[in-house]
Design a protein around this ligand. Structure first.
Ligand code: FAD
Ligand code: SAM
Length: 664
């Protein structure tokens, strides 16, 4: 979904403390209390906690997050249940999320204060799209979808075991209960899914029936005389009289995966998989330090604002928000970082044009602000002569420390000095082989997080290469006190190093394999630094330091994150959309992050892991497609179709000419 303004909820508080939405003419919950309703209608109505007992992953989807009472009641029930699922995924959509102060007020004198406090601390800026907030060390995952249900639901990829239908009353808010919305929920029902709501309105029952649910009215206590429970039972299953599968059996058997490469992408992929219950073998050819690429000391991460809110801008926005949340949860002593904002100097637009763009895109100021040079200079501590974008969800982080932190997660087993030369399939397993053909590791899933070297491993299984290019780059730095206070970008970038000093960069050369530092590139980096913020590097060349690395790009400058398309497709297979392509089971890519690894790798590693595990995807479908390796197959198929159409047109034209000349 392109950027759309998110209007936070306008909440009126009645004298008895009940929150009300004047725009909808309805209350957020019955006067008898939100928690009682959550337990009686939504949890009990979905057979919870009984139905989730012993499960590895259990997914609940809610329409209408509101003030999060249902989440908190469910979270508390999950905490209290010794048979709780290993991971609880809670997907919730809301077009008008509450402001933080309303959220705080709603839970002030309520049970579950401690949980509400955690939610409040993680509460995101009102930016449209998806925000994944992890609690309980990643065992409880809230995927907040900010946007209108009719626009956003088609973009969500999940299979829910239980639905909480909690929009305002259908007669006051028909948009939320529209038959198409209920059908879209039905398409996202896992086998055996149930749904519950307090509304027994005819339209809701009809809509749910049309979406494959069998509804039952249940006598209720409290404000409502009856509530609704429903079981997803699509017609084909009803005809076959096959009962819903028993989901209580799917205990969390340890799953295994291999990750090739232990730098940023590999470490993030391994951690994301381990958090989903996988035992992960990471194979890294280097010794002993991974992540040592380019900006080893620190690198920047941030979103970007694009006039048309391009796919790139949307992926970067999601990535920057995710990286900021990830870093906020890490110990800065262990992973030095500053996620408190980045300034990006604007060289083309003036302040008024920048503000107009923000207004048009509806991006809130806790996500991005347009600052005049004075305000930008005050924030940065150095002289900035142009206006600048300020991204609160941005900053810098020490990549090696981040990599080491990600690799230290239980379930991740890293083997250095393990150079993978080939992959081989053996039944349902993939084998990673060394140069001598010895098996380094075996698992049903393998993630190629080894940058451009992914193509060499794909060649070993007969897969065509992806269009990857490698670009050399050098960063430069010096020690000593600097006035720069935050990460700064524009033509080049600069950041204050932890413990003093500064890092700036970076140069770019195509097809250049030279690993040595070059003085001329230090000069170029320091000249750019001076243009950016007036700071000068020390004259003494001995005071300078730097690093060389390589960025890897695809031809469309978006990463490769997702499963490998099938090597062979049956005739007639649809190749026109990445999401429909058949896949080469078990091989996945997480590479080609270009110069934006710190912004993109943490989120896209979560995407890759979620696609492997079958858990809710943290990105909208259109963005999943944008980074899907399958997009190159789709483009090739379209180009082949165009060529064939042109050839047919040319053949028709020559036939017509031949016929004309015969007739003449
Ligand atoms: C000069 C410079 C400055 C940069 N500054 C920033 C910045 O400020 N912010 C930012 O976000 N990004 C920055 N980048 C980009 C960032 O470094 C990359 O996006 C990031 O390193 C990509 O990480 P990766 O894990 O995909 O790839 P890599 O870091 O290239 O790691 C791939 C890993 O795979 C291993 N490997 C390869 N083949 C095999 C094999 N066959 N078997 C086993 N292991 C294998 C390699 O040894 C390596 O460890 C910069 C890059 C450069 C060059
Ligand atoms: C009754 S409240 C939800 C209460 C919530 N489940 C809780 O536990 O606190 C209904 C919510 O639906 C949201 N909503 C209304 N219309 C919507 C729409 N078209 N798309 C998405 N959300 C909508 C409102 O913003 C509101 O927060």
């Amino acid at each position: 979904m392109k950027a759309l303004p998110i209007a936070p909820a306008h909440i009126a508080w009645d004298e008895d403390g009940t929150p009300r939405a004047p725009a909808f003419g309805d209350v957020y919950h019955p006067r008898s209390g939100a928690q009682a309703q959550a337990r009686a209608v939504f949890l009990a109505g979905n057979g919870l906690p009984r139905r989730w007992a012993g499960r590895g992953d259990f997914t609940i989807a809610e329409t209408g997050f509101g003030l999060g009472h249902n989440l908190l009641a469910t979270w508390a029930a999950w905490r209290d249940d010794p048979a709780r699922p290993a991971r609880l995924h809670f997907v919730s959509i809301d077009a008008h999320p509450p402001r933080a102060q309303d959220l705080a007020r709603a839970h002030r004198d309520q049970p579950h204060q401690a949980l509400a406090e955690l939610l409040l601390r993680a509460w995101p800026a009102p930016v449209c799209g998806l925000h994944r907030l992890d609690f309980e060390a990643g065992a409880l995952r809230l995927l907040l979808a900010f946007g209108d249900v009719q626009e956003l639901l088609p973009q969500l990829v999940f299979a829910a075991d239980a639905f909480y239908l909690d929009g305002f009353a259908p007669e006051r808010n028909p948009r939320m209960w529209d038959a198409r919305v209920l059908k879209a929920l039905g398409r996202r029902a896992a086998p055996g899914a149930t749904a519950a709501t307090w509304s027994v309105a005819r339209s809701v029952r009809d809509g749910l029936s049309g979406a494959g649910f069998v509804c039952e009215r249940v006598e209720a206590a409290g404000d409502k005389r009856q509530t609704l429970r429903a079981q997803h039972m699509p017609r084909d299953r009803r005809r076959a009289a096959s009962p819903a599968p028993d989901l209580a059996d799917a205990a969390d058997a340890p799953r295994r995966a291999i990750v090739v490469g232990a730098a940023l992408a590999g470490a993030c992929s391994a951690a994301a998989l381990a958090a989903l219950g996988f035992e992960v073998t990471v194979l890294e050819r280097r010794v002993p330090q991974p992540g040592d690429n380019g900006s080893r000391l620190a690198g920047i991460f941030h979103a970007t604002v694009h006039a048309e809110d391009s796919l790139h801008a949307r992926v970067l926005r999601a990535g920057a928000l995710h990286s900021t949340r990830l870093l906020a949860g890490l110990d800065p002593k262990r992973v030095p970082n500053d996620g408190s904002g980045l300034l990006r100097v604007e060289r083309e637009l003036d302040l008024a044009a920048m503000q107009a763009r923000l207004d048009r895109l509806g991006l809130p100021k806790d996500f991005v602000q347009a600052l005049d040079p004075l305000a930008a200079s005050a924030r940065a501590g150095v002289a900035i002569t142009l206006p600048a974008w300020f991204y609160p969800s941005g900053g810098w982080v020490a990549p090696v420390a981040l990599v080491m932190q990600r690799l230290s997660r239980p379930g991740v087993h890293c083997h250095y000095g393990s150079d993978v030369h080939a992959l081989r399939r053996e039944g349902r397993q993939w084998l990673a082989l060394d140069e001598a053909g010895r098996v380094l590791a075996r698992a049903p899933d393998v993630v190629l997080a080894n940058a451009e070297q992914a193509n060499a491993l794909l060649a070993s299984i007969g897969a065509p290469p992806f269009p990857l290019a490698r670009e050399r780059g050098q960063v430069s730095g010096f020690d000593g006190p600097v006035p720069l206070r935050c990460a700064l970008a524009g033509d080049g970038y600069a950041l204050p190093l932890p413990g003093g000093g500064l890092l700036c960069g970076a140069t770019r050369q195509q097809d250049d394999d030279e690993p040595q530092l070059r003085d001329a590139e230090h000069d170029a980096n320091f000249a750019r630094l001076q243009r950016l913020c007036g700071l000068q590097a020390p004259a003494d060349p001995a005071a300078r330091h730097g690093r060389v690395g390589w960025r890897v790009y695809t031809s469309d400058r978006l990463p490769l994150a997702g499963p490998l398309p099938a090597l062979q497709t049956a005739p007639g297979t649809r190749l026109d959309q990445a999401r429909l392509l058949p896949r080469e089971g078990g091989v996945h890519l997480a590479c080609a992050f270009g110069s934006r690894g710190l912004t993109l790798a943490p989120l896209l590693a979560e995407l890759v892991a979620a696609r492997i595990a079958g858990t809710p995807l943290p990105l909208e479908q259109s963005l999943v497609d944008a980074v899907d390796p399958g997009r190159f197959v789709v483009r090739a198929a379209r180009a082949a179709e165009r060529d064939a159409a042109l050839a047919r047109a040319a053949a028709d034209a020559s036939l017509a000419t031949a016929v004309r000349s015969r007739c003449a």
